[in-house]
Design a protein around this ligand. Structure first.
Ligand SMILES: NC(=O)c1ccc[n+]([C@@H]2O[C@H](COP(=O)([O-])OP(=O)(O)OC[C@H]3O[C@@H](n4cnc5c(N)ncnc54)[C@H](O)[C@@H]3O)[C@@H](O)[C@H]2O)c1
Length: 452
């Protein structure tokens, strides 16, 4: 689906008007293309903390060219700053010292990652300094422009040194994602690694097919975001089992046939759905490695006019079904060791939205599901969620023009995201190297102005 405003804003006349009227100037976002290197350019590493020494090696293992001195002529694609050594507020000036001279020599779609220590795991002045990093990265995300992204990654103390662990196995898949075009629409996020146990990431034989030999269930896979998730997980090597309602059976079969996948036609709210799904995955595939709860509906009305049907159906599809299915798959041991469970929340579940008390309740509940299970899961199984902002799909194409325009521009990138942006984030959670990523909710929203 084309973004007509973006096309207009990059035309000669459009450029002039946009500049003179101070209108938003969306930069065309570069997305990952199969077979391309993760990062096309040089990443400069700075800062002094417990992670700095190992960083160039970790990036090198990912095939990323990392340097610790700014190259004389080459422009910089990414900046990674180890801020774990900052223990007082006076030392925060190190951020300015590192970033300010570099910001004018960044390539388009630049990537910035600041590494810190989770504030809740340290005390006193160090806690203050580490908490302060969040204001820095969120503001730089809004300033950086050029389709750039800025993230803060808190690494639990010792997570990189626990038995059998290296910095690469804790941080590799996360840096690989956040520094690459796969994270095109993810910005201003705070990610925590190793804060719910210290599981070590698994090395993958083929970095282009990290999910080879794995089975992935995707609900609502016949179209929109679910279809994109199925395609990206397939690209990464997974055997995908797509699920959708009987009304969408032929579209689902079409997509799954293309991906050489399997399909399951049922309504996830049916009383016996969890048992049928568990049975199918166990009997046909010997278990499941990746479970993506993507199926979702909206039935918008202000609360004063909200009928019982609208309320009940949204809670049933978006929240109760993922809860029941997750519980059944775990109780029956159908989720393989090292597996990942992934919820699809929404920005509405974080910021709230007019006409969406039912939807926002269900999506905030998905975040609650992540919180409730992150510490409980065993066998290195993880649970995380994405919270998409404005993603261009058939669902959002139906939104009236003016509302859609405002919704699309109210973010640091002044444009809507694509289903593939949500799918790439899910593929990062599902990556066998991402075991330290547990209990996170990551927004895929171009750093929307709504909510934190
Ligand atoms: N599009 C956005 O901007 C956006 C923003 C935030 C969150 N989301 C969330 O992303 C997910 C996908 O959204 P989308 O835009 O692709 O929507 P969509 O309507 O295009 O697709 C949803 C899919 O879920 C399926 N589904 C619905 N009820 C089901 C049920 N009871 N059992 C099985 N399958 C069922 C539908 O048939 C459909 O294939 C949803 O959870 C949605 O809430 C979307």
């Amino acid at each position: 689906m084309s973004d007509r405003y973006q096309e207009f804003a990059s035309s000669p006349v459009g450029k002039l008007l946009v500049k003179n009227l101070g209108l938003p100037r969306p930069t065309r976002l570069r997305r990952h293309r199969e077979g391309e290197p993760l990062v096309a350019g040089t990443v400069l590493v700075g800062g002094r903390g417990r992670l700095a020494d190992a960083l160039p090696g970790t990036l090198g293992d990912l095939g990323i060219e990392a340097v610790t001195e700014p190259p004389a002529d080459a422009r910089i694609k990414g900046l990674v700053f180890d801020a774990t050594g900052l223990t007082t507020s006076e030392q925060l000036g190190a951020l300015r010292d590192f970033f300010t001279p570099r910001l004018r020599s960044l390539e388009t779609n630049p990537r910035v990652v600041v590494l810190g220590t989770p504030p809740e795991q340290v005390t006193g002045a160090e806690r203050v300094a580490q908490r302060a990093l969040e204001g820095f990265t969120r503001s730089l995300g809004k300033e950086i422009g050029q389709g750039g992204t800025v993230q803060l990654v808190y690494v639990a103390p010792g997570a990189e040194q626990s038995v059998g662990s290296t910095l690469g196995s804790t941080l590799g898949s996360t840096l690989g994602f956040l520094l690459s075009p796969k994270a095109a629409y993810v910005s201003g996020q705070v990610v925590r690694l190793g804060t719910h146990g210290k599981a070590t990431g698994e090395a993958v034989a083929d970095p282009d097919r990290p999910l080879a030999g794995k089975v992935a269930l995707v609900t609502g896979a016949s179209r929109g975001i679910g279809e994109a998730i199925a395609r990206v997980l397939h690209r990464d090597g997974a055997r995908v089992v797509g699920l959708d309602v009987p009304q969408a059976a032929s579209e689902l079969q079409g997509v799954m046939a293309e991906l050489d996948g399997d399909w399951l036609v049922l309504d996830i709210t049916a009383a016996d759905a969890p048992q049928r799904i568990a049975h199918h995955l166990r009997e046909q595939h010997g278990g499941v490695d990746v479970v993506v709860h993507n199926a979702g509906i909206t039935r918008d009305k202000r609360l004063a006019n909200m009928g019982e049907d609208r309320w009940d159906s949204v809670i049933a599809v978006n929240l109760t079904a993922p809860e029941r299915i997750t519980r059944e798959l775990l109780d029956q041991g159908v989720v393989n060791a090292g597996g990942s469970i992934i919820g699809v929340a929404s920005i509405a579940g974080i910021a709230g939205n007019v006409g969406q008390t039912n939807y926002a309740t269900s999506k905030a509940g998905v975040i609650g599901l992540v919180d409730s299970l992150a510490d409980e899961l065993t066998d290195a199984i993880t649970i995380n969620a994405v919270a998409p902002g404005f993603i261009v799909t058939q669902m959002t194409a139906a939104v009236p023009f003016a509302t859609r325009e405002v919704g699309q521009r109210l973010n640091a990138m002044a444009q809507g995201g694509l289903p593939v942006d949500v799918a790439e984030t899910i593929a990062w959670f599902a990556h066998p190297g991402s075991r330290a990523v547990n209990g996170n909710v990551v927004r895929v929203c171009g750093q929307m102005m709504l909510g934190a």
